[in-house]
Design a protein around this ligand. Structure first.
Ligand code: C5P
Length: 400
């Protein structure tokens, strides 16, 4: 319940993405928010007030000059009630009116009257979005401190492809959580994080790798960002989208990951090594695709050791607070404690990858976190929940 006791005024303007507003209200309420909806006149052409009233469990306001509504929660009261005004979808027309400072209907009036932050989730046809007038309005609004969340690019309801899609409801909920977070646990902390597998080339088309999906590392990146950290994610090849507001540097091999980490580690306060780095790589990388040779039933590949990235970070004289992972199939605790000492880590999160449904390439995981003189179990949960718990634990020790 990351929005418990938070009051969100959701403005809905007239655009086809308004069909997602009902889902957005539901997801905001899932996080404990109290949601009140204000619709523009044209929004009602796309979705009914009754739908939004039912999902928000609050009356929907749409008129500035309605005596009955004003007798309930008047427009100035409503403007003061909100902790955040989120307008999703925000149409080109609504943004033009806001940029001009108009108070021509209830929603635009609330935007002028509120002391709360205002966030817009633009949604419109890509040509309308790219139009110079819309862009100028967006710049004006941004220069006044209005938050612009999105738009995303992709296929549009009208058949066009381009920028102008409203961010998905869950993404918007995430932005609300970040915006309204009480006390960010890692505010201002610079985190460098590795995630995913590495690929060790044999020839131009083949490589040695492992089953790491990167999901745990990406969940940590997101949780750390939510907690206020500045996050740089050094990622092996994965099929995941970069969490909002996270800087991502893509690498393939362990050597590349090592090089990127060492070049950036001096500017970080916290290092988390979550990547499943290949311990060895082929000694020779063939410049041409390796051919089958005659009747040879066997071929020999000689492997050489890769640099141990986290051990190199741990060995620095001015090292950041360093957190490692240990994926083991047996004697989990013993190996984890050994790694904590040997790699000079401040903390290590151990998981038993031999257990079905947790660890590599799954959505759930369970960890036991060890540090000098203590440990904490983080029981089976989805990786994002676990990542948030891990970040809270790291923050407690980091701040000491
Ligand atoms: O020794 P082991 O590979 O099990 O240690 C796991 C921890 O070390 C993880 O945090 C992993 O990201 C890190 N590691 C590394 N570079 C390597 C091997 C592992 O940073 N070459």
């Amino acid at each position: 319940m990351r929005l418990a006791d938070k009051r969100i005024l959701l403005g809905v303007s007239g655009g086809i993405a308004a069909y997602k507003s009902a889902e957005l209200v539901r997801r905001l309420k899932d996080q404990g928010a109290d949601v009140r909806v204000v619709m523009t006149h044209s929004a009602k052409e796309f979705i009914t007030p009754l739908t939004l009233q039912a999902v928000s469990a609050n009356p929907v306001a749409d008129s500035l000059l309605d005596p009955a509504a004003e007798a309930g929660m008047g427009h100035i009261e409503l403007a003061k009630w909100a902790d955040l005004i989120l307008i999703a979808p925000a149409s080109a027309n609504l943004m033009a009116r806001m940029a001009a400072g108009m108070a021509d209907e209830l929603l635009t009036t609330l935007c002028l009257a509120t002391p709360a932050p205002i966030a817009l989730a633009p949604a419109m046809n890509q040509q309308m979005y790219l139009n110079a007038a819309t862009q100028a309005n967006l710049n004006t609004l941004a220069s006044r401190g209005i938050l612009l969340w999105g738009p995303a690019a992709g296929s549009q309801a009208c058949g066009d492809v381009g920028p102008g899609r409203m961010l998905e409801p869950l993404e918007l909920v995430e932005r609300c959580c970040q915006q309204l977070a009480a006390e960010p646990l890692l505010a201002g902390v610079r985190l460098l994080l590795t995630a995913g597998p590495t690929r060790e080339a044999l020839d131009p088309v083949r490589y040695i790798s492992n089953h790491s999906s990167g999901k745990m590392g990406y969940a940590i990146a997101r949780a750390a960002r939510e907690a206020g950290a500045e996050v740089t994610l050094v990622s092996g090849p994965v099929a995941l989208t970069t969490p909002a507001d996270v800087t991502r540097v893509d690498v393939e091999s362990a050597e590349q990951m090592h090089q990127v980490v060492m070049s950036r580690v001096g500017e970080c306060d916290l290092f988390i090594g979550c990547a499943a780095v290949a311990d060895y790589r082929p000694e020779q990388v063939a410049s041409q695709k390796i051919k089958k040779i005659g009747d040879n039933d066997q071929m020999v590949v000689k492997l050489v050791k890769n640099p141990d990235i986290i051990a190199a970070v741990g060995a620095l004289s001015a090292k950041p607070f360093t957190v490692g992972f240990a994926a083991e199939t047996v004697d989990v605790e013993q190996y984890a404690l050994d790694k904590l000492q040997r790699k000079r880590l401040d903390m290590i999160a151990a998981n038993d990858v031999s257990r079905e449904g947790q660890g590599f390439n799954t959505d759930d995981n369970a960890l036991t976190v060890f540090w000098q003189g203590g440990q904490a179990p983080l029981p089976l949960a989805d990786k994002l929940t676990l990542a948030r718990q891990l970040i809270a634990l790291i923050a407690r020790h980091y701040r000491r």
